[in-house]
Design a protein around this ligand. Structure first.
Ligand code: AMP
Length: 288
């Protein structure tokens, strides 16, 4: 059943292409914001950014099975198309694209994008399947929508760099625009997965941003990279139930940093578990 939504919706590639083709005939530019739904103010800020740069904005909502491993939260992931559509209409998006898994991966689907460079380490250590799933679906979405630009949140900083690299390497011809991370009052980055947190765990989760801010400050103050990283890792191990990584990397490639004080723009990144919920966040660290 197709729900009654407050903005135009496309559920198939053909419907999507028809709408986008009509815009193109009018000479309009197209911005694109890919999401998995359960939309919050962070997603809507990306829509606002896209609207500032393009005449029409498409938002996709697709919980992509290819980027979840067995045992991850694919089944539990919130699916809230109607309330998402209300938010998108309020934000001024022009089209919601909500394809089915069958539309995206018909029987016989056999192709995967293979990645290296910024896709190596960090998220890939804990979720080896993840970026291949993301890159494959994003390249499909780019070919379906054919946007002029697409906005990706810095919240998922490694993903942003992976997509930027892939777009350049495969000549996809889409401008990749970074979107600033929207946070709660206590600094916790908005995430659809925050809905999984109990009240107690929600309060504990705020420490992630504090630990990363202290880590960035230590680096910016001229502290040794390895020493600052050890201090941040210790703080994270004290605050959380498990730590996947807390690391400083080069800001534009995610390559390892040289030893000693920071001599180039960096990013501090972390992934931790609070109760059963995995949280990721990151911040810039720029030498003075
Ligand atoms: P998701 O639906 O979680 O796959 O995210 C869709 C897009 O929203 C990605 O580009 C994310 O980086 C971005 N995003 C997620 N959380 C935030 C946030 N708190 N602020 C800004 N963008 C975000």
């Amino acid at each position: 059943m197709r729900p009654d939504l407050p903005l135009p919706a496309a559920y198939t590639v053909a419907e999507l292409r028809e709408t986008v083709a009509a815009w193109r005939r009018e000479g309009l530019t197209v911005g694109f914001v890919p999401t998995m739904g359960a939309l919050h103010a962070g997603h809507l800020a990306l829509v606002t950014q896209a609207l500032e740069r393009a005449d029409r904005v498409v938002v996709s909502i697709f919980v992509n099975p290819a980027q979840f491993a067995p045992g991850e939260d694919f089944d539990a992931y919130p699916r809230t198309l109607e309330s998402d559509a209300d938010k998108l209409a309020g934000a001024g998006a022009h089209l919601v694209y909500a394809p089915s898994a069958f539309e995206m991966y018909p029987q016989g689907f056999s192709t995967t994008v293979s990645l290296s460079g910024p896709a190596e380490g960090l998220e890939s250590a804990a979720r080896p399947h993840f970026f291949a799933g993301v890159a494959t679906v994003v390249s499909k979405l780019f070919n379906q929508v054919r946007p002029d630009l697409a906005v990706f949140g810095e919240k998922d900083y490694q993903q942003l760099l992976v997509i930027r690299r892939m777009t350049e390497d495969l000549d996809l011809g889409v401008e990749i625009v970074p979107g600033v991370t929207v946070r709660e009052a206590d600094g916790l980055a908005l995430s659809s997965r925050n809905a999984y947190l109990s009240d107690t765990d929600r309060k504990r989760a705020a420490a992630l941003n504090v630990i990363l801010a202290d880590f960035a400050q230590a680096l910016e103050g001229g502290g040794d990279v390895a020493t600052a990283q050890t201090a941040a890792l210790t703080a994270a191990a004290d605050a959380f139930d498990a730590v996947d990584y807390v690391e400083a990397r080069c800001a534009d490639t995610l390559a390892q940093l040289p030893e000693g004080p920071l001599d180039r723009p960096a990013r501090v990144l972390a992934a931790v578990k609070v109760g059963g919920t995995r949280l990721i966040d990151n911040r810039p660290a720029t030498p003075r």
